[in-house]
Every structure is written in structure tokens, then in C-alpha cells.
Design a protein around this ligand. Structure first.
Ligand code: SGN
Ligand code: CA
Length: 530
């Protein structure tokens, strides 16, 4: 009798584990690609005509492109914390780049691991502490470096030889190639590029520095019709960009021309960044950049402030878009690799950025504001099993929704505490309506770039923002009539009704998402007590 039971049990066990394997084989793999500071304007599928990103565009052609994907807090580390936890910054605790991230809290990678996924984190994470939820991690330290960067690979520091974007791609493909093929996988493939100070790969410098890029209409914005926050922010290309670190003018020439740098570490940044190159890399770099700088030196005495702004904008775009080119190459390599390895049907590929970025709009670089260019983030997803090729969506999805969406695809129950929601049904066309407003909070002030603390709400058409701490100002924008956000209509009598509706919506959404002025006060006293 006992033998009989044992045989039945063994058979049943064998059957179940086989079924489990079968089931897990069907569960999709996930490649979540996130670059750093990649504005949607710099992806050709978004139609801004700045540059060509043929490989990222493949995701739009073969999948879905989101026009209105946004972040909840437009800053690097907070955005990553929201991605992992599916919770707003004031709940997950990582309100700014300084705050400590508590890795002990739940994150979607831990849940995937618990449900039989193998997981990896490769590239920039910008958070202290040992990443939890990953079987394998190879992460940059803080912001990381472009040339011959240091990585922490499963807890051990190593300097790698090569260009950071390519190395991050190499390691990602290598990890996928050596995975356990019996289990589904999820890899977070996180590029450092195109983050400041924008050092392109040597193979791209010649072509990008030879191009002239289209100027945005608001490059010379004077901020009339808006409040104090936009006027006092320190992210103007002419006034606040670094000559050496950002624009690559050699420190000796900065001195010779008497150029005033806004940042004290400007020359050190140049020396540290270029100092990482080996002799051959440096020679290749200098052969392209030296003539540009000599030409600049010759014309500098006759340049007006306007000329200087234009020159700096072009220098910025040449380097920024140059770094994007390697990110795009990496996406191409990944897509080819998935295809060659028969993984392209059952793998969800997500491309996004930790936030958007100003590419000269309002005269700016950087992000942080709840204005469109930094609030919105690129989002393209390919998953042929469920997503019709060439689809587009205006749904108000957010980075808050990534964790629940990924868990949904993986067949893992979404924890109730997560504040985002799965947008799988938007992608497979089963639902049209998603949400009617998104909520935003920003805290890193006073700090670099001096963007005042604010929170707000954005609906399909309107945006209401409150700046607080050392200001108490409201802004209201009609995005249909004023997509560039040049006119604050908060005090315009014609918008009285809209304004009161937006206030009501904001109060409601803050309650739903468990935010309050008390939270803001608590974070302010934290910095004051420091
Ligand atoms: C650095 C940059 C800033 C940038 C922050 C945060 N300055 O401090 O321009 O806003 O990182 O960026 S730099 O002179 O050091 O390059 S984030 O993407 O990590 O949030
Ligand atoms: Ca960033």
C-alpha cells in the first residue's frame, strides 16, 4: 500500500513539475531598457526630426509607442525607486537623489524571483546598498563613467575597458546567453547615457560634431507670463552649462579666453572624464575636438551672447545626440540577439528613460520640472503576442505602472500596496480608458539646478502645479492651446471654472494616493534638521 502511494506521489510530482516547467516556459521574458535623461525629442519615432534612432524606432514599428507616458518625480534615483516599488516617492522614501533607498522593502524583481524568474540588473541604478531582487547585478557607482568605467559586479568592484554603453549591452547579452533556459528571465538593462557630461563613443564623434541641429522655438524664452520657479531655475544653456565639462573646451582655453564657469568642478570634470581614456582613445578624441575648439577660439572675440547661446546649444546637441547613437546601437544588438536566439516572440521589450530632458526648450538642459519635456518620458514596447505592430497610445501611463504591468504579464499577483496599475489591457486593445489624471511630486531643492519644490496634476488637457517651500505659487496650463507652456492662465478669468475643477481633482488624487501637505512638511523638516 505504502509503495502504491509512493508511486502515485512520485508520478504526480513528476507531472506537476513538468507542468510547472511547461507553464514557466510560456511565461514571457522581460527586457526592461532604461536610459538616463533620454528625452523623447531625441527618438526619431516621436517625430521631432532631431536625430535618427533606427533601432529604437523598430520597437515603435513592431510594437506600441506611448505619447503621454510620464514619471512621478523627474529625477534619476527617485524614478528608479518608483520603478522597483510601484509606489510614489513619498511612500517608498526615495524622494530625491540624496535620500537613502531602503532595499529591504518589496520590489517587483523580488516577486519575480519568488515566482521562478531569474533576474538581473545591469548598468546604472544610482542607489547605494546592495541591490535586492537580482540573481546577478553589474552596476555603475553613482553616476558612472563613460570611458573605461568602474562597475560593481555582484558586490565586487572592477574597472572594465571600453565604452560604458557598449559594455552595458555586452554584459546584458552575455547574461541572457548564459541564463538557465528552464526559467523565464527579467533583465533591467540600464544605460548611463545620455546623462551629463555627454561623452559619445569614438565611432560617433566625427559625424555628430559635424552636424547642425534644429533649434527649439523657445531657445530664447524670457519666462514672461510665468512664475518665479522657471525664472530662478539654474539650467540655462548659456548661463549654467559648463564650458569644459559640458562643452569640452579644454581647461587651458577656458582660462585663456576668460570664460566663466558656473560650476566649481567644471575643469575637474573635463580632466576626470577625458583622463579615463587610454592614449589611443584620447588621440582619437583630440583629433576631432581640437579643431572645433581652435575654430571657436578664433571667432569667440566677435561672438554676441546670442551667438554664444547658439554655439553652446549646438555643442550640447552634438555630444548629447552622439551618446544617444550608442544607446540605439545597443537596442539594435539586443533585438537582433533575441531574434537569432528565437526569443523575440516570447520576450517583452520595454524602452524608456528615467525621465525626459530639456533639449534647449525654454533655453534649458536638465529636467526636474513638471513641464512636459521632463515630465514625459519615452515609452515603446514590443510584444508581438499581444501588441499590434505600429500601435500608438495617448493613455496617461506612468513609471508608477511598470511594476504592476510586468507582474501582470508574469502572472504574479500585484500587491495591493502598489499604487500603479497594469496597462496591459491598453496594449492588447482590451480597454480604451486608463486614468484621467496623473499625480507628480518633486523635492530636490535647494540643490543643483535650483528647481523649486512642487507637486501637481496633469489631465488630458490641463496641468495644475503648486510651487511651495520658499514660494507659494500656482500655475495652470492649457496644453491644447499652449503645448509649450508659455502662458500661466491660473489668474485668467476665462479659466476660473477649469481652475476650480482642477483644484478639486488635485485634492481628490492626493487623498487617493495618500499624499498631503504634512508629508511635504515632514520632508522639509528632514532637510532643515540635517
Ligand atoms: C549631476 C549633474 C546634474 C544632474 C544631476 C542629477 N551635474 O549632479 O546636472 O541634474 O547629476 O542627474 S554634473 O555637473 O555633476 O554632471 S540624475 O539623472 O542622476 O538625476
Ligand atoms: Ca536621469
Amino acid at each position: 500500500m505504502i509503495r502504491f502511494y509512493l508511486i502515485i506521489t512520485a508520478l504526480l510530482f513528476g507531472f506537476l513539475s513538468h507542468a510547472q516547467k511547461q507553464g514557466s516556459a510560456k511565461r514571457p521574458n522581460i527586457v526592461y531598457i532604461m536610459s538616463d535623461d533620454h528625452g523623447y525629442q531625441a527618438i526619431s519615432a516621436y517625430g521631432y526630426g532631431l536625430n535618427k534612432t533606427a533601432n529604437i524606432d523598430r520597437l515603435a514599428k513592431e510594437g506600441i509607442l506611448f505619447n503621454r507616458a510620464t514619471v512621478t518625480n523627474s529625477l534619476c534615483a527617485p524614478s528608479r525607486a518608483v520603478l522597483l516599488t510601484g509606489k510614489h516617492s513619498y511612500i517608498n522614501g526615495k524622494i530625491d537623489n540624496e535620500a537613502k533607498f531602503n532595499w529591504d522593502q518589496d520590489n517587483f524583481a523580488k516577486l519575480l524571483q519568488q515566482h521562478g524568474y531569474q533576474t538581473a540588473l545591469i548598468g546604472k541604478i544610482h542607489m547605494d546598498g546592495i541591490p535586492q531582487g537580482f540573481d546577478h547585478s553589474a552596476v555603475l557607482i553613482d553616476q558612472g563613467e563613460y570611458y573605461n568605467p568602474n562597475f560593481i559586479i555582484n558586490g565586487e568592484k572592477q574597472q572594465l575597458q571600453g565604452y560604458v554603453t557598449d559594455l552595458t549591452t555586452d554584459m546584458t547579452l552575455d547574461w541572457i546567453a548564459h541564463r538557465d533556459t528552464n526559467k523565464p528571465f527579467c533583465v533591467l538593462y540600464h544605460q548611463k547615457a545620455p546623462h551629463r557630461e555627454w561623452l559619445p563613443a569614438l565611432r560617433h564623434i566625427k559625424s555628430y560634431t559635424a552636424q547642425t541641429f534644429k533649434e527649439p522655438a523657445t531657445l530664447f524664452d524670457d519666462f514672461s507670463n510665468r512664475g518665479t520657479a522657471a525664472k530662478t531655475a539654474e539650467m540655462n544653456i548659456l548661463k549654467h552649462m559648463s564650458w569644459a565639462g559640458d562643452n569640452k573646451v579644454p581647461p587651458a582655453m577656458v582660462d585663456e579666453l576668460g570664460l566663466k564657469s558656473f560650476l566649481t568642478w567644471d575643469k575637474a570634470a573635463f580632466n576626470n572624464n577625458l583622463g579615463r581614456m587610454n592614449a589611443a582613445e584620447r588621440a582619437a578624441w583630440d583629433s576631432v575636438y581640437n579643431p572645433i575648439m581652435e575654430e571657436f577660439k578664433a571667432k569667440y572675440p566677435n561672438m554676441s551672447q546670442e551667438d554664444l547661446m547658439r554655439w553652446r546649444y549646438q555643442r550640447y546637441m552634438q555630444d548629447y545626440l552622439g551618446t544617444v547613437a550608442a544607446v540605439d546601437d545597443g537596442v539594435g544588438r539586443l533585438l537582433d540577439f533575441l531574434k537569432e536566439n528565437n526569443l523575440d516572440e516570447n520576450t517583452i521589450v520595454i524602452y524608456t528613460s528615467d525621465q525626459g530632458f530639456y533639449l534647449g526648450e525654454h533655453g534649458w538642459f536638465d529636467k526636474r520640472f513638471m513641464y512636459e519635456e521632463s515630465l514625459r518620458t519615452p515609452l515603446l514596447i514590443r510584444y508581438p503576442k499581444e501588441i499590434t505592430a505600429g500601435s500608438k497610445s495617448d493613455a496617461l501611463v506612468q513609471n508608477l505602472d511598470f511594476a504592476p504591468t510586468i507582474l501582470d504579464y508574469a502572472g504574479v499577483e500585484i500587491p495591493k500596496e502598489m499604487q500603479g496599475k497594469s496597462f496591459r489591457k491598453i496594449m492588447n486593445g482590451k480597454e480604451k480608458k486608463f486614468r484621467d489624471a496623473i499625480y507628480y511630486t518633486y523635492y530636490e531643492y535647494p540643490s543643483i539646478h535650483m528647481v523649486k519644490r512642487h507637486y501637481g496634476i496633469r489631465t488630458d488637457r490641463y496641468k495644475l502645479i503648486h510651487f511651495y517651500y520658499d514660494a507659494d505659487e500656482w500655475e495652470l496650463y492649457d496644453l491644447e492651446k499652449d503645448p509649450q507652456e508659455m502662458h500661466n492662465v491660473y489668474s485668467d478669468p476665462a479659466y476660473r471654472k477649469i481652475r476650480s475643477q482642477m483644484h478639486k481633482k488635485l485634492d481628490k488624487i492626493r487623498k487617493e494616493y495618500k499624499d498631503s501637505n504634512e508629508n511635504n512638511q515632514r520632508f522639509i523638516s528632514q532637510i532643515k534638521n540635517k
